[in-house]
Design a protein around this ligand. Structure first.
Ligand SMILES: Nc1ncnc2c1ncn2[C@@H]1O[C@H](COP(=O)(O)OP(=O)(O)O)[C@@H](O)[C@H]1O
Ligand SMILES: [Mg+2]
Length: 396
């Protein structure tokens, strides 16, 4: 392949759409002088797949309808040899020919929903193209707080006590759920199982607030968690790069939220920094905590990354009791905002090197997958094989 077409996939039907655009544009500028030809794959808020030059310029996102009209529909297609292309669709005009780019690799820069929960990763698997980040299972585990905690706990990683339930459980067994939760003691944390960015997360100090928080959270998700609150809380995050069998941790960061519970506004909309994405949020890097606590969190990060079968790059978020220094795994972000580059440039990998490393891991995983036997020459539907099968018309 003469030209290495790197498809940068971002946007998506997600509350974190805009943050994904920022992450993607940051990654694209980090790769400016690389050997890759960058091809954007922008998924609109309605789920349309678009490509085209105009998608590479952040200022064009101020006017989304205009941007969409300038861009071109596209899809992954395969040729008769099985090679995958990103191909323009619905190209009109007598002399216009749809452009078609052989896919070298896909850089996944989505945040939230189908771009991060394994669905898009499944499309890449079906198309048999290399893609960055976690696979289908690792990605979907990262999107389900209950399942992620279960797998972590089964691997000896400490998590907070929690009870999870669906809307029908809340109708039928509300008293039992409240009894279990109140056993943890107030304050309690209520959160949707599959969302991010603190949407629907609330702290409850008594039963009335608990009921209210649950009702509110059900507006966002049909599956909820009530957790014991870590109090006083110190949040520490750490990024991990590699594969489950070979990965390493970055320095730790300490996000500094204003409110008791970090809100979407705290994270992304705190004033001047909007264009810088996650890198601008208030944070302390490296976290000013005892050396032993840093090491403990780095070790837990690597262990959790492996246990959840994550791959590529992830950010692992921990809740630390500021008095006792007890550490609890809270969540894994399999495509962290700004790819957590600000943690890695303190760990001797600049943004460009980080992206190159992520692509290298994607290519290696892809090679390994294709190096194993995956198809068999025998045709069970051949005439000979069908002879013994009863009940099929025409096989007598
Ligand atoms: N068990 C808990 N105790 C104290 N605070 C919590 C707890 N769980 C979550 N929080 C607070 O709520 C925020 C959002 O919760 P989190 O589980 O990270 O959800 P999200 O996926 O929306 O980021 C955390 O960053 C933290 O400030
Ligand atoms: Mg969080």
């Amino acid at each position: 392949m003469s030209q290495k077409n790197l498809i940068v996939a971002f946007g998506g039907v997600s509350p974190e759409h805009e943050v994904s655009v920022l992450t993607a544009i940051q990654a694209i500028s980090a790769l400016e002088n690389s050997s890759y030809q960058i091809i954007p794959l922008y998924v609109t808020k309605n789920g349309r797949w678009l490509t085209g030059e105009s998608l590479l310029d952040l200022s064009n996102y101020k006017d989304l309808p205009k941007l969409e009209s300038q861009a071109q529909d596209c899809a992954f297609v395969k040729d008769e040899t099985g090679k995958t292309y990103l191909k323009e669709q619905n190209v009109s005009g007598l002399f216009s020919k749809p452009k078609s780019y052989p896919v070298y690799a896909v850089l996944c820069a989505f945040h939230g929903s189908e771009g991060e929960n394994g669905a898009f990763q499944g499309v890449c698997e079906m198309m048999n193209i290399p893609y960055t980040g976690s696979g289908v299972l690792g990605s979907s585990l990262g999107m389900d707080k209950v399942k992620a905690k279960l797998v972590a706990a089964a691997n000896g990683i400490p998590v907070t006590k929690a009870v999870n339930f669906y809307e029908s459980d809340w109708v039928n067994e509300q008293d039992d759920i409240i009894t279990v939760a109140e056993d943890f003691g107030y304050p309690l944390i209520v959160k949707p199982v599959s969302l991010g960015s603190s949407i629907g997360v609330a702290i409850a100090n008594n039963r009335e607030e608990l009921n209210e928080a649950v009702e509110t959270a059900f507006r966002y998700d049909a599956h909820l968690l009530i957790e014991e609150a870590v109090n006083p809380l110190m949040e520490i995050n750490c990024s991990v790069i590699g594969t489950p069998d070979n990965c390493k941790a970055s320095v730790c960061e300490r996000p500094l939220g204003k409110a008791e519970t970090l809100s979407f506004e705290d994270k992304y909309q705190s004033g001047e920094g909007a264009e810088k994405g996650m890198a601008s949020a208030d944070r302390e890097i490296p976290a000013d905590i005892p050396e032993a606590l840093t090491r403990k969190i780095q070790e837990l990060s690597v262990k959790t990354f492996s246990a959840l079968g994550a791959s590529g790059l992830a950010r692992l978020d921990f809740l630390v009791n500021a008095n006792t220094e007890d550490v609890y795994f809270n969540e894994i972000n399999t495509i962290p905002g700004s790819f957590s580059f600000y943690l890695w440039d303190r760990s001797d990998l600049n943004f460009t090197q980080l992206m190159e490393e992520l692509i290298r891991i994607a290519l290696k995983k892809h090679q390994e997958k294709n190096g194993r036997v995956r198809s068999y020459d025998t045709n069970l539907l051949s005439e000979k094989a069908m002879k013994g099968i009863k009940g099929l018309k025409g096989t007598k």
